[in-house]
Write a protein that binds this ligand. Structure first.
Ligand code: PLP
Length: 387
């Protein structure tokens, strides 16, 4: 069947190629060490699950308002206020996953041909921007800068069609974190050129050193910022599909129109569980963070002990993005060959936009045992295939 012309602009994912191969090998009986999956290996805390069960028993099984249950919108606004961010329920929309919040935000913000500035390597924003008729403009950030966007590079990329700057720190795939002081010149440039900011803050509870700045904490920035967050990473709730965006109240009304026309609303009992997640005990988050930090230290140390691999120590999220440049193969060759010979699944850096090639992404949202096994297998692979 012929699809719309714009579908041919949506790039196929090289990530999926490797994942498809991993599944095929697994079906054939090969043991695979999964280092590709970007999802917490922890279970959702029991009290959150219990809240969903109770909501179902109470009969919370119908549609909710498109922007979300009023009580959840309030709980999210309170959660932000506790972090020093001024927000009311009217500034919040609840969505089925942070991904859908990003999609609604882009659809509500962009006119055809509007340019979206995306520091790269980056997560899968390109497809979303293109689907809603925008034009992604990648700004390649260097490993030397710790994969952080610098204001000069941003200024060089801005044109009269620039509409929105998309920030994602802590970053997927690099794990880079940007402090308030580092963000400041970028935000100043956004004001000078009248850009909106879309800040994907999904990993903001996973910061191991330093601090992650938040555009909403800067005076005057709330009027041009859409901050996206969710429950997938912070509360190990990927399968629940639960996210939210914070933006000026009039923009939330526009985003709600997109949600109304697409998914209607987020699942009602899932929203009830989210209230418990935000208002209940938070010690789980700190425990999870401490465990991720231990794993990060282990994987960075292990990778840097392998000749030909260089790995920066990321300050946040749960990914490492080591350089394999010295090994003389493309990231896709490396990942395919590593998977076939040693059964370790990793994602080629080429799948994360300009600047990704020469790197691979490994997730440490997996057990310490798997991490140690993966390092040992990668070492064997490098020694055997790169002699
Ligand atoms: C940077 C980034 N943003 C958003 C998401 C999506 O989160 P959700 O599961 O809430 O849709 C992910 C998931 O991997 C991510 O890595």
């Amino acid at each position: 069947m012929r699809a719309a012309k714009r579908m041919s602009l949506i790039p196929p994912s090289s990530t999926l190629k490797v994942l498809g191969l991993a599944k095929e090998l697994e079906r054939g009986g090969k043991k695979i060490v999964h280092m590709e999956v970007g999802e917490p290996d922890f279970d959702t805390p029991a009290h959150i699950k219990e809240a969903a069960k109770q909501a179902l028993d109470r009969g919370l099984t119908k549609y909710t308002p498109s922007a979300g249950l009023p009580e959840l919108r309030e709980a999210i606004a309170e959660h932000l206020t506790r972090q020093g961010i001024e927000a009311t329920a009217k500034n919040v929309i609840v969505t089925p996953g942070a991904k859908h919040a990003i999609f609604c935000a882009l659809a509500a913000a962009l006119d055809p041909g509007d340019e979206v500035l995306i520091p790269s390597p980056c997560w899968t924003y390109e497809a979303m921007v293109k689907i809603v008729g925008g034009k992604p403009v990648f700004i390649q950030v260097s490993e030397e800068s710790g994969f952080k966007l610098e204001a000069e590079k941003l200024e060089e990329a801005i044109t009269p069609r620039s509409r929105l700057l998309l920030l994602n720190y802590p970053n997927n795939p690099t794990g880079a974190v940007m402090s308030a002081a580092e963000l400041k010149p970028l935000l100043d440039a956004a004001v000078d050129h009248d850009l909106l900011i879309l800040s994907d803050d999904i990993y903001n509870v996973l910061v191991y050193e330093g601090e992650q700045g938040n555009p909403l904490k800067f005076p005057g920035m709330a009027e041009r910022t859409i901050s996206v967050n969710g429950f997938s990473k912070a509360y190990a709730m990927t399968g629940w599909r639960l996210g939210y965006a914070v933006a000026p109240a009039d923009f939330i009304v526009e985003m709600a129109k997109i949600q109304e026309a697409s998914t209607t609303c987020t699942a009602s009992f899932v929203q009830a569980a989210a209230i418990t997640a935000l208002r209940g005990p938070q010690d789980f988050v700190a425990q999870m963070r401490a465990e991720y930090r231990r794993r990060r230290d282990e994987i960075v140390r292990g990778l840097n002990e392998i000749d030909g691999i260089k790995c920066l120590k990321p300050q946040g999220a749960f990914y490492v993005f080591p350089s394999i440049e010295e090994l003389g193969m493309t990231s896709l060759q490396f990942c395919e060959s590593l998977l076939k010979t040693k059964g370790v699944a990793a994602v080629p850096g080429s799948g994360f936009g300009p600047g990704g090639e020469g790197h691979v992404r490994l997730s440490y949202a997996t057990s310490m045992e798997n991490i140690r096994l993966a390092i040992q297998l990668i070492r064997e692979f490098v020694e055997e295939s790169c002699k």
